[in-house]
Design a protein around this ligand. Structure first.
Ligand code: NAG
Ligand code: NAG
Ligand code: NAG
Length: 636
């Protein structure tokens, strides 16, 4: 069961780049602007993840017929277990290149429908589960340049349980936790460090409405004390995942209406501020959803009006209470996207019905901006509408340039383009909040230093140099860090924003300034990995740069390792206690153990930290091969 074959590194040389640049501006000025990017990317953007090469990995499902884009290099998928097409020569995943507004087909081998994922510290997307033959798969997508034509690599039975409608979250040590899924009241870790890697979570059973569920795709957030906030249905717990213990139970949200799938609302962890404080306050905002009973009603053809309320709760308070707010419009299946300036964009969805086939009605075309720092009662601002309904299976993700990429919508069992009320949407649009309005360009910062892809440590003093063409209000400058999220079914997993603030702003002359900040102090506030870093001036963000937050001791060239290697039956093949040293010493040690065990201890695809070890081994001419049998633990 623990056998995890990772030898399938298929480097397809893909040359098909399809380009249909088309920029149609629909609206103008304050209230934001919509931009039509692609009429068709060939698939419906049901799941989206931005990677650190400014490309978005997008996929829908394999079991609803032919898509509108062929598989790369004339390939076909031949799968006797497939539900609809046993032989399918069309793609169900694409890579969208933001900078060139082009896309290319990718190949998933099994069904990724209603799955989940998260990006590992090395920038690889790990996608988990799906339906049918894909329910226990782990799929890896490692970002690459155009020439390498990287594609999905699949690991059979990588998961301990079937995961369909689960939620993932990245953990401080770079692993990810996979929580729930249909009829799964439990969680597991990837990579696993212990068999059988399955832990029960009764809260998911307690919040499961019989025959309706309302507990799927739970809203999960890691907070500063290292615990996970888990919201399901209409209530939440604070959960210590290492000890399988509920630390705190939050009150039920006033009204008691469900907010999770299929009564799909959405949620965000509001910006984390004062992150150098000993205890960092965390607030969660949950918006929209469907009143109790709506799903059953929708099945009978009655589409109940969606919820127009949001609940906001300070989860770190000793006595936390929900504070309710009313949105300008009711919304079910909305997406909540954190913008670089700390505001929240609420977009997509409908004003009646629920998630599920054919169950949504009354598309809500206007996004709404939520300003968390405004006074209660003056936080929402209606934005300019799109013309395209984005109902069930639509998505939204923040891009590095500050726009929000919007796509998807398919409430049908098949690709249906005619004869239905909300035809399957293969298009992509972008929403540009008002901060991107040309009138704001003289106030917009441009980051000069550090360069994109900079490596950062925890609790590091960082000086960000930027330019602003117009006059600068020194007290209105701040730096923020946003984690790119895995978005599906109205929830953005791993979405978080840390306000690094501003300790000192200095003018360097020639419209150039320097702002000093300190990076987050721990992986609880910001897990290892890639973030977008922005300078924000008067609420107007710069274009972001990519930064990679790495474990401090690692960056300094010293790390400790220790672990156990097991075979697929669970027998210990070899074990060794902690060994500390610099990169070279550790590489040598790993190589010695590698030879002793006649097995490869790790694979770079799995651990961000191990990439440099791999490089260092490669320099010595030592190739890596073999099989990863049990996760090899790094302690840094
Ligand atoms: C997708 O393909 C179908 C059938 O070939 C066609 O009718 C439809 O217009 C295409 N849709 C788009 C958006 O290209
Ligand atoms: C949707 O598409 C499927 C598969 O092509 C087809 O069988 C079905 O009739 C379509 N539904 C409608 C309402 O056209
Ligand atoms: C400029 O940006 C600010 C901050 O986001 C926004 O409030 C304002 O509406 C923008 N100006 C225009 C003309 O869109």
């Amino acid at each position: 069961m623990t056998q995890t074959s990772i030898l399938y590194f298929l480097f397809f040389h893909l040359t098909i780049i399809i380009s249909q640049p088309c920029h149609r501006f629909l609206t103008h000025a304050a209230g934001g602007r919509w931009q039509f990017l692609q009429r068709s990317i060939g698939i419906s953007a049901m799941h989206m993840q931005l990677l650190n090469n400014d490309r978005v990995v997008i996929f829908d499902r394999t079991d609803f017929g032919k898509s509108n884009i062929s598989l790369p290099a004339g390939k076909c998928r031949n799968d006797p277990n497939e539900a609809v097409l046993k032989v399918d020569c069309t793609a169900h995943s694409v890579e969208y290149d933001v900078l060139s507004n082009t896309f290319r087909p990718l190949m998933v081998q099994t069904d990724v429908w209603c799955s989940s994922g998260a990006v590992m510290p090395d920038g690889s997307l790990i996608q988990t589960g799906g339906f049918n033959d894909g329910e226990r798969r782990i799929r890896i997508f490692k970002p690459c340049g155009t020439a390498n034509g990287c594609d999905w690599v699949e690991v059979e039975n990588g998961l301990a349980a079937r995961r369909w409608y689960a939620t993932n979250h990245i953990l401080p040590d770079g692993r990810q936790i996979v929580i729930g899924g249909r009829r799964q009241f439990n969680y597991e870790f990837h990579p696993k460090n212990r068999a059988p890697n399955l832990y029960s979570l009764p809260f998911l059973a307690q919040t499961n409405d019989r025959g309706v569920e309302n507990n799927l795709y739970p809203f999960v957030f890691l907070i500063g004390d290292g615990n996970l906030f888990i919201f399901s249905n209409n209530r939440a717990i604070l959960f210590d995942y290492s000890n399988n213990k509920v630390v705190k139970t939050y009150p039920t949200m006033p009204g008691g209406d469900p907010r999770c799938y299929p009564s799909t609302g959405s949620a965000v962890l509001l910006p984390l501020k004062n992150i150098q404080a000993s205890s960092v306050e965390a607030e969660v905002l949950v918006c929209g959803g469907a009143p109790k009973g709506s799903y059953v009603q929708a099945g009978k053809g009655t589409f109940v009006g969606a919820l127009d309320t949001c609940g906001r709760i300070k989860i770190t308070d000793p006595n936390p209470k929900w504070v309710m707010e009313t949105m300008p419009q009711a919304r079910v299946m909305g997406d909540m996207t954190l913008l670089p300036n700390g505001n929240v964009l609420i977009v997509n969805g409908g004003a009646a019905g629920t998630a599920g086939w054919e169950f949504g009605r009354n598309p809500v075309l206007n996004p709404v901006l939520y300003r968390p720092d405004n006074k209660l009662g003056s936080r929402f601002e209606l934005q300019n509408p799109t013309t395209i309904p984005r109902m069930y299976h639509s998505t939204a993700v923040l891009l590095r340039d500050g726009r929000v990429l919007v796509g998807g919508s398919n409430p049908h069992i098949y690709y249906n383009f005619t004869g239905v009320i909300f035809p399957t949407e293969l298009s992509l649009e972008a929403f540009s909040p008002a901060y991107l309005d040309p009138e704001n360009s003289s106030l917009r910062p441009k980051i000069v230093l550090p360069a994109s892809q900079a490596k950062l440590k925890y609790k590091q003093k960082l000086v960000v140099r930027f330019k602003v063409a117009g006059s600068v209000a020194i007290d209105k400058v701040s730096v923020t860090m946003v984690a790119p999220s895995f978005t599906t079914h109205s929830f953005s997993m791993n979405q978080r924003l840390a306000v690094l603030g501003s300790e000192k702003v200095t003018s360097l002359g020639k419209n150039t300034y320097a702002v000093q900040v300190t990076t987050p102090g721990s992986g609880n506030l910001a897990p290892l990995g890639y973030y977008l870093l922005f300078v924000v001036h008067k609420d107007i963000p710069s274009e972001g740069i990519w930064v990679n937050l790495q474990a401090s001791s690692f960056v300094e060239g010293c790390a400790c390792i220790g672990g156990v290697l097991r075979n697929s039956k669970g027998d210990v093949m070899c074990s060794f206690s902690a060994f500390c040293g610099n990169l070279d010493a550790i590489s040598a040690k790993i190589w010695a153990i590698h030879k002793a065990c006649s097995l490869c201890l790790y694979n770079p695809a799995f651990m961000g930290l191990s990439n440099s070890y791999a490089d260092s081994l490669a320099k010595k001419g030592l190739a890596l091969d073999g099989e990863l049998v049990e996760w090899f633990e790094f302690k840094v």
